[in-house]
Design a protein around this ligand. Structure first.
Ligand SMILES: C[S@@+](CC[C@H](N)C(=O)[O-])C[C@H]1O[C@@H](n2cnc3c(N)ncnc32)[C@H](O)[C@@H]1O
Length: 399
């Protein structure tokens, strides 16, 4: 049994290698080393910036609902995003594990895919890998030459063996695994040792945070380390398990009204502003309270640090964690397709396991996947997270 598993894994790794090698030859997508000096390339076919569109300039397709946080824009429009659907579906269809219960789901995998295709990073850092299914899709989207750095306390192999589930380790292109005894939290990694050792290389890197640490803290840490581009998986709009950038950007606490409105058709905002808000970090292992003033400071701080904060559109609309309200769409980006087209999309997968998925269930797992472009260089003496009472582990300055 064990030998069979090993064989299956070798076959899988070899198959992926062959795919990757031939795909690189076919599509000539790889980013040569010299391009590092130019940072990440932003492809802009239709050149319709996504976030700043209004109802009048894209055939009625208003891109920014009322309470959606928006800073700057990305160079892709809906047309560019929709063009990726077929190729993404082809790749997702062929994941060695069709649909994982936890880890990246369909909507988030598509968001990652598009951001990678848009930015064409030379380096990708994945913080939080679990079974490695996210890594598989990162590799598929990025091609063979991108260097993937994986940071996670446990290796995918260990998680797979413990759970008796299939796992993926990237032997395809250049990759570095800082897992198990080599694990180092993102904030403590020596990037010189990893080889991402120049501002140009850092500018050509896309970080993928899927580690359930405070999104705001991760932004500060990434910027301090000199990086420019990051995407965030766990964008909970209210305490899920981390103080996500979605919450950080909310200066007035309007998200709490949206939360209160869920499954309450008669809900009317009271007009009273909340005075205290939850601040969670590290899978909610740390939880504390912040005042409205502290919240506003963090929101202003976030805005100063960023060229862009962009929430990637969900594939189609639905409730949040099976709950809905009239206010919910006001904090959601417009969707890539309608629910009816979503049903058609699911039925077009080759793997019949996807035909069983329900559009509502998939939409419900969408957690406001976000992309940020950070200002560099950015120097600030005071870091707001250090004002809060918290264990050293959760402070941004801890040395
Ligand atoms: C949601 S899973 C990641 C899923 C994966 N990215 C995917 O797409 O399938 C979260 C992972 O973060 C790991 N983790 C916990 N603390 C972490 C930390 N400080 N840095 C990086 N990873 C961490 C957990 O062990 C777990 O494997």
């Amino acid at each position: 049994m064990e030998i069979n598993k090993k064989r299956a894994f070798v076959v899988l790794a070899f198959g992926t290698f062959v795919w990757c090698f031939s795909a690189a030859l076919r599509s000539n997508q790889s980013v040569p080393e010299s391009q590092a000096t130019h940072g990440i390339r932003a492809k802009s076919e239709s050149n319709k910036p996504l976030v700043t569109l209004t109802s009048s300039n894209l055939s009625g397709e208003r891109m920014a609902p009322e309470h959606l946080c928006e800073i700057g824009s990305i160079p892709w429009g809906m047309d560019d995003i929709r063009k990726e659907l077929k190729e993404f579906q082809h790749a997702y269809d062929r994941r060695p594990v069709a649909h994982s219960v936890s880890g990246s789901n369909l909507f988030h995998a598509f968001a990652q895919w598009c951001l990678i295709r848009m930015l064409q990073p030379q380096y990708i850092i994945e913080s939080g890998t679990m079974l490695g299914w996210g890594t598989y899709m990162l590799r598929k989207a990025a091609g063979c030459d991108a260097h993937i750095v994986v940071l996670s306390p446990e290796s995918p192999e260990r998680v797979g063996k413990d759970r008796k589930q299939k796992y993926f380790i990237d032997y395809v292109g250049p990759s570095t695994y800082l897992t198990e005894d080599k694990f180092t939290d993102f904030s403590d990694v020596d990037w010189e040792k990893v080889g991402i050792d120049t501002p140009a290389k850092k500018a050509a890197t896309l970080i993928y945070f899927d580690d359930h640490q405070s999104g705001y803290r991760r932004l500060l840490e990434a910027q301090r380390a000199g990086f420019v581009h990051a995407m965030y998986d766990d964008g909970y709009p209210w305490p899920g398990d981390n103080y996500a950038l979605k919450q950080t950007c909310d200066r007035t606490g309007v998200l709490e009204d949206v939360r209160a409105s869920l499954n309450d058709p008669g809900f009317r905002p009271s007009g009273k502003v909340k005075k205290a808000f939850a601040y969670y970090d590290d899978f909610a292992n740390f939880n504390s309270t912040i005042s409205l003033d502290q919240k506003k400071c963090m929101a202003d701080d976030m805005a100063q640090r960023l060229h862009t904060y962009f929430e990637f559109p969900p594939l189609w609309h639905g409730g949040f964690r099976q709950q809905n309200s009239a206010m919910l769409p006001s904090i959601q980006q417009h969707s890539v397709m309608s629910v009816a087209d979503g049903e058609k999309f699911l039925s077009e997968f080759e793997n019949p396991i996807f035909h069983k998925l329900k559009t509502e269930d998939e939409a419900s797992k969408y957690t406001f996947f976000a992309y940020t472009q950070m200002k560099q260089p950015f120097k600030k003496k005071r870091l707001f997270v250090s004002d809060l009472k918290m264990p050293a582990k959760y402070r941004v300055i801890r040395k």
